[in-house]
Design a protein around this ligand. Structure first.
Ligand code: C5P
Length: 220
């Protein structure tokens, strides 16, 4: 079974994807990691995330193992890391180089322990439209920019990272605009995606709704 979960930043995709992966015994691929890895590699080397040639070179050489190693660095989930990721993600060459790694994951999906699984939950922006258009169930998870910015702001504070709500809101809107207006794989729901607006829903409600949709399709 392949499930895709797309949507804008901080809509609750990651939480839902992890919960669904656990419940249905599936592997999980957070595809934002590939762009965060490229962005962080550039920042670590004093290069600009606007440098298309440098970003393409990093993307061409990125391995799954290197991505996992970079994900342990503090800058990976930072606001600067997110901005850098969204800049390199708008470059068609970068997306092209990172496509195969993401698609290959569904061929032999496994848990971080190496245990094989019968499928995968992808989360990202284009997983139902480009990475895995053949997915069995597709979700598009969204929420208002204000709600998403507040969630991200609280997350930063919980991790004891400096955060100002107004700045997070401005960055959220900036990333939304860049992600949805780029020419290559713009953020949009797949035609056959189920759209869930989580603005007034908590995690438990979103999870219950997603499980109902999956079970309706597979257990009836
Ligand atoms: O989901 P996350 O915030 O980690 O993603 C970081 C950035 O990577 C996003 O702002 C988006 O620009 C990009 N991305 C993408 N396609 C994906 C996943 C993430 O363009 N499938």
């Amino acid at each position: 079974m392949i499930i895709t979960i797309d949507g804008p930043a901080a809509a609750g995709k990651g939480t839902l994807a992890r919960q669904l992966a656990k419940k249905y015994g599936l592997a999980y691929f957070d595809t934002g990691m590939v762009y965060r890895a490229v962005g962080l590699e550039l920042l670590n080397n004093g290069l600009s995330p606007d440098d298309t040639a440098a970003a393409s070179k990093v993307a061409a050489g990125l391995t799954f193992a290197r991505m996992i190693a970079l994900s342990a660095q503090p800058g990976f989930r930072s606001a600067a890391g997110g901005q850098a990721a969204s800049k390199v993600a708008a470059m068609p060459k970068v997306r092209e180089y990172l496509l195969k790694m993401q698609q290959d994951f569904a061929r032999t999906p496994k848990l971080p322990t190496g245990e094989k699984t019968a499928g995968v939950v992808y989360d990202g922006r284009d997983t139902g439209t480009v990475i895995c258009p053949q997915a069995d169930v597709k979700f598009f998870i969204t929420a208002s920019p204000e709600v998403r910015a507040m969630r991200r702001h609280k997350e930063y504070l919980q991790k004891e990272m400096p955060s100002v709500y107004e700045d997070v809101l401005a960055q959220t809107k900036e990333r939304d605009l860049r992600d949805s207006s780029r020419t290559s794989a713009p953020l949009r729901p797949a035609e056959d995606a189920v759209i869930i607006d989580t603005s007034d829903m908590d995690i438990t409600e979103v999870f219950a709704e997603a499980c109902r949709i999956i079970d309706d399709k597979f257990l009836k």
